[in-house]
Design a protein around this ligand. Structure first.
Ligand code: PLP
Length: 403
């Protein structure tokens, strides 16, 4: 629908200014068979544990208690799943109880609930540069003023964070582990410095940890919020990257009083997360084969990361700069000679390759020379072919000129 087509509806002020994201627009184009897409953020569907899920689903529905899995449920989530999530959270044992777990419709819903709970128009939210676009959309939807903090290859700069905290923002949103889009994983030393900056403030800190288990070279350090004031911390997790995104099961961990309000907001949105999905995730977590599955995903994505990294080095090593990500699903690159990646995208699409221009993840007008390449949704050979197309597009492209 174009903006004009919607002109006759009596939109609320909140939605009147909404624009379709560039990513959605790109994804529409790249559904063509002849386009290799490094644009989306999709896991590899061929790795989904379909046989395991299928067996668990038929066992579950054949059992007398299976009907519970098709019934309305509690807004907080299936109690046994909440217990399991609390027990396996990457924190010291006992740090979170089951009543500090809210099961959400993916971690994206956790972000939406936090924004509804805390953000009035004009409230300041601190985010990293670049930042996860799904979070930016939510914060902007609720009228927040988003401040992008400067980052280096180790994460947010502690001094810049400390200075911004003096303005008493409402929320700090961080993705310290294999960030989408940058792939950055804060080393322990930076986590400690950021913790020190946050410890002197009353601000609410939300850590989004979607990629923790998708590590390739070494497991990541403990979550950044470990050891911060438990009353000021919220932690978001998901089963989308390790199991499947289609079941839409994620979670939010936080202090019980905060969660009780969150439950009221969630009730108004969807009553509860889908029960069948929760029961299936619960069963999956109880299967020894699930750990093997996660290891298999890690191995496959590591091979894809390596294939992309090697092909880029050989094909466009002098035109792009990047740091090999140690985990996650994305490689973040910069046009060495400058230029606008959104403009370069037209040249790439003409060669049959899609990616996301990095401006999307920045404040208006920033980060134009950056791009995000997804490596999990293409086989190693498609990744190599994609980089060949990228190279051809680069050779035919001069910044400032559209093909
Ligand atoms: C950083 C980050 N947070 C949250 C999400 C949302 O994931 P889901 O709602 O599937 O859990 C994503 C998905 O790409 C993500 O990259």
């Amino acid at each position: 629908m174009s903006d004009d087509e919607g002109a006759s509806y009596p939109w609320s002020r909140r939605v009147a200014g909404l624009k379709s994201s560039v990513i959605r627009e790109i994804l529409r184009v790249v559904n063509r068979q002849d386009v290799i897409s490094f644009a989306g953020g999709l896991p590899a569907p061929e790795l989904f544990p379909t046989e395991l899920i299928s067996r668990l689903a038929s066992d579950l529905l054949a059992a007398p208690e299976g009907r519970q899995a098709l019934q309305y449920g509690e807004t907080e989530g299936v109690p046994a799943l909440r217990e399991r999530i609390a027990a396996r959270a990457p924190f010291p044992a006992g740090r979170f109880d089951a009543d500090e777990v809210l099961v959400t419709q993916g971690s994206q819903q956790g972000l939406d609930l936090l924004a509804k709970l805390f953000l009035d128009p004009g409230d300041e939210v601190l985010v990293e540069t670049p930042a996860y676009v799904g979070a930016l959309q939510v914060f902007q939807f609720f009228g927040a003023r988003v401040t992008f903090l400067p980052c280096d290859g180790d994460g947010v700069l502690p001094d810049a964070l400390a200075a911004a905290l003096r303005r008493r923002p409402k929320l700090v949103y961080l993705t310290p582990t294999f960030q989408n889009p940058s792939g950055v994983c804060y080393p322990e030393a930076r986590r400690a410095e950021v913790r020190a900056a946050l410890a002197g403030s009353e601000v609410l800190v939300a850590e989004d940890d979607a990629y923790r288990e998708i590590w390739f070279d070494a497991p990541p350090p403990a979550p950044l919020v470990t050891g911060l004031d438990p009353d000021r911390v919220v932690y978001l997790g998901t089963f989308s990257k390790t199991a499947v995104p289609g079941l839409r099961v994620g979670y939010l961990l936080g202090p019980a009083p905060l969660l009780r309000r969150c439950v009221l907001v969630k009730q108004a949105a969807d009553l509860h997360t889908n029960t069948l999905g929760q029961h299936l995730i619960l069963k999956l977590l109880g299967e020894p084969a699930f750990a093997d599955h996660v290891a298999l995903v890690r191995d496959a994505y590591r091979a894809r990361r390596d294939a992309l990294d090697t092909a880029l080095e050989a094909g466009v090593g002098d035109q792009l700069t990047w740091r090999r990500p140690g985990g996650g699903m994305f490689l973040w690159a910069r046009l060495t000679g400058g230029g606008d990646a959104a403009e370069f995208l037209h040249a790439a699409l003409a060669e049959g390759l899609a990616f996301v221009p990095g401006g999307e993840f920045h404040a208006e007008g920033q980060g134009q020379d950056t791009l995000r390449l997804n490596f999990t949704n293409s086989s190693p050979s498609r990744l190599v072919e994609g980089v060949e197309r990228l190279g051809r597009a680069m050779r035919g492209w001069a910044p400032g000129r559209r093909p």
